[in-house]
Design a protein around this ligand. Structure first.
Ligand SMILES: Cc1cc2nc3c(=O)[nH]c(=O)nc-3n(C[C@H](O)[C@H](O)[C@H](O)COP(=O)(O)O)c2cc1C
Length: 371
């Protein structure tokens, strides 16, 4: 599949980035109805590499990051890529068009993407209508956000409305407070705003657990552009409010090493290879505070099993990818899972979790917070 993708990639890259995304997924969805096609998508069958995080059993630790399937349209197809879980959304309570186009830019030489999509999505009602259309073989995270036109002082109401709607359909729910493309959103990461938000969503989680007879874990997704004091404050609040996971990180407003790339000047969040070191550093610092009491989901610039391993050893328990799918195609998922299975064997461990624990003990600067 990787080879086929590499063949058609130059064609796709000649189109506008957003148009080629729609075309590729439309075609793949149609082809996925062909018998045997999903096996071909997955390429060499990825081995089982089960991990248990937030009380959820994942068939493997490699998930799809939020933003690729904002409207829950492609879950069975994406699951066929071999992902261990999918994070859908960001979905907001009401539909919204997002920012004017163009709003998605590829930087192929850097294996990077700049986007300022702005939470374009069909709104939570139609999103759930889509969810009713399919069954997914792997856990599903649903990532929720606030509408652009909701003032910051009412943001909590948006998160609660979305949480109540998606709760019965999600394996876990992610509270997105870190997209750089919704004005003011990242202010939700400030101590005062975050304290209020986490208090409110945890209270709702308790009520919703009673109503639905099921505890759905809550994750918070943070930015890579936080200083040490902010990271410490978020870690403290996550523990105080008993948040179930922290996802690190979203895209960055920085442009590390991209001084020569004209498209890097476009406003928006940067993802892909240039984000990798920044997001790993945040994971490492976060882990130093959390010490495994709250799991971390690592995301940012993962393209290979080695990159995923680096995030795990730095403190993550699960990983997610987005930009690598654009540059490497669907086969990258199986390659990463395979590579992690090899690492597990290399460390003489029965499980990936055991292998990572051994590697952390051996690594002087990975899981103890020193860079
Ligand atoms: C086009 C695009 C849209 C995205 N939309 C969202 C989103 O709606 N919600 C969100 O939490 N993250 C969103 N992200 C961020 C990704 O989930 C991920 O955190 C980031 O891209 C870093 O991972 P990567 O380097 O593997 O791409 C988006 C990323 C891209 C490239």
């Amino acid at each position: 599949m990787c080879r086929l993708y590499k063949l058609i990639q130059p064609l796709l890259f000649r189109l506008d980035a957003e148009a080629s995304h729609r075309l590729a997924f439309g075609a793949l969805r149609a082809l996925n109805y062909l018998p045997g096609f999903s096996r071909c998508l997955r390429g060499a069958r990825a081995p089982g590499l089960p991990v248990e995080v937030m009380g959820i059993k994942f068939p493997n630790p490699v998930g799809l990051a939020a933003g690729l399937d904002k409207n829950a349209e492609y879950a069975p197809l994406l699951a066929a890529f071999g992902f261990g879980f999918l994070e859908l959304g960001t979905v907001t309570p009401r539909p919204q068009p997002g920012n004017p186009k163009p709003r998605l830019f590829r930087l192929p030489a850097a294996h990077a993407i700049v986007n300022r999509m702005g939470f374009n999505n069909v709104g939570v009602a139609l999103f759930l209508n889509n969810v009713y259309q399919w069954e997914c073989p792997c856990p599903i995270g649903i990532n929720i956000g606030k509408n652009k036109d909701t003032p910051l002082e009412n943001a909590v109401d948006d998160y609660l409305a979305a949480l109540r709607a998606v709760y019965p359909h999600a394996s876990y729910v992610t509270v997105n407070i870190s997209s750089p493309n919704t004005p003011g959103l990242r202010e939700m990461q400030s101590q005062e705003n975050l304290d209020e938000l986490l208090r409110a969503i945890k209270a709702d989680q308790t009520t919703l657990t009673r109503i639905h007879g099921r505890y759905v874990p809550l994750a918070v997704k943070i930015a890579p552009d936080l200083d040490d004091v902010q990271i410490a404050a978020i870690a403290a609040l996550a523990q105080a409010h008993k948040i179930d996971a922290v996802i690190a990180t979203n895209t960055t407003v920085a442009r590390p090493g991209l001084e020569q790339a004209p498209l890097a000047k476009e406003a928006g969040g940067l993802s892909g290879r240039p984000l990798k070191a920044l997001s790993t550093a945040v994971i490492r610092k976060l882990y130093a505070h959390l010490q495994g009491k709250i799991p971390i989901i690592g995301v940012g610039g993962i393209e290979t099993a080695e990159d995923a391993w680096e995030k795990l050893v730095a403190g993550a328990e699960l990983v997610q990818i987005y930009s690598a799918l654009v540059y490497e195609g669907p086969g990258v998922v199986g390659k990463i899972v395979h590579g992690l299975a090899q690492k597990t064997a290399m460390w003489g461990a029965a499980t990936l979790t055991e292998a990572v624990a051994k590697a952390r003990l051996n690594s002087p600067n990975s899981a103890n917070g020193q860079d």
